[in-house]
Ligand binder design. Structure first.
Ligand code: MG
Length: 253
């Protein structure tokens, strides 16, 4: 599949989708507290998506049984919400959510602390977010796709963190996952040349320990092989001639 260039009108619609998704994260973040279950978060997130006129694009995607991926501590991504797992003070929780609005997808992720967390966890969350912003310095017309990947990897390497290689970012538009793949690790080739109007979901997944991950028996949830903490930070961005526009970031999380 070719990498698509979106028109101004199409980007306007993706912005509407992305700004709504940012509000969903505001709602979920405000509700987060120790004692709630992962399913509580899913219910809150799904309700917010629908109340904003959107459709949760993760629900039933390849059979995924929820609207929000809720991944706790050593869970990297694709945690399945349930009524059993209770969030405890000191946990970190990665929320990955997306929506369709007027046919256009948006996709974002944040890792939030549950109450007070360890300095190690705080640093991991901060650096994972910084990795995204290091990467998007190169998300502009004239740069190459893997400039983004290498900048993300350089920053994670400064802290000796493990960069997940088994999952990557992606193009996005009228489909949740489009070409190109956007690696978060070092790649020798340049990758495609970036052009204004490309829309990418850039999403570093960073572990305190090893980069190696495994899948749980539910065939969805990805966890770190060594049980170390993992964080995830993602936004949907538009490549422009100049700084990219981040469609899924309105407030400051
Ligand atoms: Mg994504």
């Amino acid at each position: 599949m070719a990498v698509t260039i979106k028109s101004k009108l199409e980007i306007d619609l993706m912005r509407e989708s992305g700004h709504r998704l940012a509000k969903v994260f505001d709602t979920m973040q405000a509700a987060l507290r120790p004692g709630m279950t992962t399913k509580d978060i899913d219910r809150i997130g799904e309700k917010a998506i629908r109340s904003l006129g959107g459709i949760p694009n993760f629900l039933n995607y390849n059979g995924f049984p929820a609207s929000i991926c809720v991944s706790v501590n050593d869970e990297v991504v694709h945690g399945i919400p349930d009524d059993v797992r209770v969030l405890r003070e000191g946990d970190i929780v990665s929320l990955d959510a997306g929506m369709i609005f007027k046919g256009w997808h948006s996709d974002a992720a944040r890792t939030f602390p549950v109450g007070a967390v360890s300095p190690e966890a705080e640093q991991l969350m901060r650096v994972t977010r910084e990795c995204f912003f290091e990467g998007i310095r190169y998300a502009r017309e004239g740069c190459y796709l893997h400039d983004i990947s290498n900048a993300i990897a350089d920053h994670a390497d400064r802290y000796g963190y493990g960069i997940v290689e088994d999952l990557v970012g992606h193009g996005i538009g009228t489909n949740l996952h489009e070409d190109p793949e956007v690696p978060n690790f070092h790649v020798k080739s340049k990758g495609i040349r970036l052009r204004a109007g490309m829309t990418l979901a850039i999403e570093p997944m960073i572990n305190i320990g090893t980069k190696e991950v495994e899948w749980l028996d539910n065939d969805w949830t990805v966890v770190t092989m060594d049980g170390s903490l993992s964080a995830h930070y993602e936004n949907t961005v538009v490549i422009r001639d100049g700084d990219p526009e981040i469609l899924t970031l309105v407030s400051n999380h």
